[in-house]
Write a protein that binds this ligand. Sequence first.
Ligand code: KG4
Ligand code: ZN
Length: 339
Amino acid sequence: MAVNNIIILGIESSCDDTSAAILMGTKILSNFTATQLIHEKYGGVVPELASRAHQENILPVVERAIEEAGITLKDIEAVAFTEGPGLLGSLVVGVSFAKSFALARNIPLLAVHHMKAHILAHFIDDEEKEKPTFPFLCLTVSGGHTQIVLVESHLKMKVLGKTIDDAAGEAFDKAAKMLGFAYPGGPLIDKFAENGNPDKFSFSKPRIQGLDFSFSGLKTSILYSILNAKKENPNFIEENRNDLCASIQKSIVTILIQKIEMAVQQTGIYQVALAGGVSANSELRKVLNAKKMNNWKVFIPKIEYCADNAAMIAITGKYLYDAGNFSNQEVCAKARMPW
Ligand code: KG4
Ligand code: ZN
């Protein structure tokens, strides 16, 4: 049963962002995120530190979201939260908060799959943006996942292909680490690539069948190219930073685009959406947008809905609510979660 203007509190804490959002109907009233900068110096997310930071952040973040939405605690009619997949110690904080909140307020609980939520962010109301219609394909690219998903309805999705090793975001971050950048290095590669030559360096390409992805060969190829070049010139990275970034970025984007092209050919579905943190990448957005020339209908998320955010959790909660798909106090955080 669809309740048009229902007010839902969304909570996201699967990795290193603590986020809360207020949704009314399909409209976002607020979406506030505290990003944990503590991981920068460790070269990756430290699970124990992430969990502790979520505990410190969760209350102020929720209070801020409620305040920015201009509502009161009593207006909230349901709470949606990330059940998984993600880091267990991080998820537990959001799950426990949501369960306590729902119990105290006697309102329904909605357990959300993080990766599905990245996709459903496309259904948040936005006057400037058209929404995809079903069925469509979604290239879901984040720090932990790389998938091609067939989206048949808001709640019916099927993974057609996925990475067999590293995720695209991981490939960006690991390459960035080799260049000496702080974590997460993906956005820095994007930034320096702007002034670089994408054809200056070439790296090995994966030879993987079907719609699955692989990035580990590329990672090794980048590492050895850098190590060998540094033997000749110790300043190789500094002197070639922009060209290295542009070439690495081109390699990753090419791998992603080749597979989504194959998925379009195989399914005959020409509506393609992008989702997940890596969808913020400017080259990926540009190359996918150019596919409109080939009769593709392309859906690129707004930058604020690319990285982890609670707005996507709240909108997914709305569709679960409409379908009567409620959770209960027995629900637990899940590091791995089937589709
Ligand atoms: O979806 P997300 O925020 O968190 C996960 O669920 O993993 O994705 C984070 C990933 C990181 O690997 C980060 O480096 C990457 O997204 N990322 C980017 C860019 N912005 C974020 N990668 C390349 N270019 C960007 N502009
Ligand atoms: Zn994510």
